[in-house]
Ligand binder design. Structure first.
Ligand SMILES: Cc1cc2nc3c(=O)[nH]c(=O)nc-3n(C[C@H](O)[C@H](O)[C@H](O)COP(=O)(O)OP(=O)(O)OC[C@H]3O[C@@H](n4cnc5c(N)ncnc54)[C@H](O)[C@@H]3O)c2cc1C
Length: 359
């Protein structure tokens, strides 16, 4: 194989940018094609000129991982600000700390359980049902567009219960937000003499020629939806500027009751507690997130995993396997929800495997 051949990376999300970087550092020439006018995929943000607030265009993104290699990789390009994610839940006029642990259970039932007493307390059907009905049933129903009665009550048995007062939302050891903003991560990943980036350029099946292509767009779209579209849930964001310094005192509040049509409200300035001027600015920006069924043309957010979509995905994967120079990955290519750290891990592995097989 000619190692001076140009490799195409289609899609400049976190998966594509990581693949491009690894290949470039191994001496390969890489062309990145990105359909949108900007890089970063769904982790893209825009900084509000007036307040300096970093607005997460496609929903709140908090970097969190327990993978040392991924953490080190990201920290080569950006410094993380040490933000620790906490999520509150608004139910029946009161505000509670998630996730499901001593803080939530004690506040909700008005008890003072000790850590050792929590597991038995939650094994009681009446208690677990009350928690499920209050915090999970309607939220899940809104998120997946199903009637509350259709939500399987046994999901509560699979929700991990923390027998501590730890209200950190993630279990991962490392977390944070890039101090210089998410966009800088992508700019720096792609800033390499062996990488050429073209935005506003869509990769199509007819572009597949002799070159190797790492594609992270939707797998069904690449094949012209020939077996039908894979189903997704989409999101609608309602963003509002408010003339107050602080609207909710935290970054994310889940609205878990049926009478509120949105699932969560984000207040982005809380992701950068280190930015004093932003925190103290007399205005804030909030964003209400609504979940909806996906129609062709909508932004795909969450894959709808069921037997039908799994069968459809297999057909597209079989189609992709007919093209030996095509590597399909990323959340849209794999039709899978990946957190950012898992996207990077997958990209590192995919690019290294390619280099190993094509020395
Ligand atoms: C609402 C929401 C919140 C999330 N919050 C978090 C979080 O807090 N923490 C976390 O770790 N993860 C979070 N994630 C997951 C995170 O968004 C993904 O891990 C990440 O976006 C995956 O990157 P990607 O490169 O695979 O895909 P994308 O970011 O979707 O990038 C794909 C890119 O390919 C481009 N493209 C598509 N088709 C073509 C084509 N034919 N030619 C050229 N370019 C093309 C697209 O325009 C896009 O830029 C969240 C996801 C969602 C849906």
């Amino acid at each position: 194989m000619d190692s001076s051949e140009t490799i195409i990376v289609a899609g400049a999300g976190i998966w594509g940018c990581t693949v491009a970087r690894v290949l470039a550092e191994a001496g390969r020439q890489v062309e990145v094609w990105e359909k949108r006018p900007v890089t970063g995929g769904n982790v893209r943000c825009e900084t509000d000129e007036k307040t300096g607030i970093e607005v997460h265009t496609y929903g709140s993104h908090i970097f969190h991982t327990h993978l040392p290699e991924v953490w080190e990789f990201v920290n080569r390009f950006v410094r993380m600000n040490g933000y620790q994610h906490k999520v509150l839940a608004r139910h029946d006029g009161k505000t509670y700390f998630l996730p499901l642990g001593l803080t939530l259970v004690n506040a909700f039932f008005g008890v003072e359980l000790k850590p050792s007493e929590l597991p038995d307390f939650m094994r009681d059907e009446a208690h677990s049902k009350a928690i499920f009905d209050a915090f999970f049933r309607n939220y899940t129903s809104k998120q997946w567009g199903k009637a509350p009665e259709e939500i399987d009550p046994t999901i509560i048995k699979r929700v991990p219960v923390r027998a501590t007062y730890d209200v950190n939302y993630f279990n991962d050891y490392w977390q944070g937000i890039p101090e210089s903003g998410y966009n800088s991560l992508f700019e720096r990943l792609l800033d390499h003499p062996n990488i050429k980036v073209t935005t506003g350029k869509t990769f199509r099946l007819e572009d597949l020629g002799e070159k190797t292509v790492f594609y992270s767009g939707p797998i069904d779209e690449l094949f012209g939806f020939k077996f039908g579209p894979l189903p997704w849930r989409t999101l609608r964001f309602e963003t509002e500027r408010l003339p107050i310094a602080d609207a909710q005192g935290t970054s994310v509040v889940n609205y878990v009751d049926a009478d509120v049509p949105y699932t969560r409200q984000h207040e982005y300035k809380h992701y950068h507690p280190e930015q004093k001027s932003v925190m103290e600015h007399p205005e804030t920006i909030v964003c209400r997130e609504y979940s909806a069924a996906w129609q062709p043309g909508d932004e795909p957010y969450y894959p709808v995993n069921n037997e039908e979509s799994a069968a459809l995905l297999s057909r597209y994967q079989a189609e992709a396997a007919n093209h030996p120079k095509l590597v399909v990955g990323g959340r849209l290519g794999a039709y899978k929800y990946f957190d950012m750290d898992k996207s990077i891990e997958a990209a590192l592995n995919t690019a290294r495997q390619y280099l190993e097989e094509n020395k």
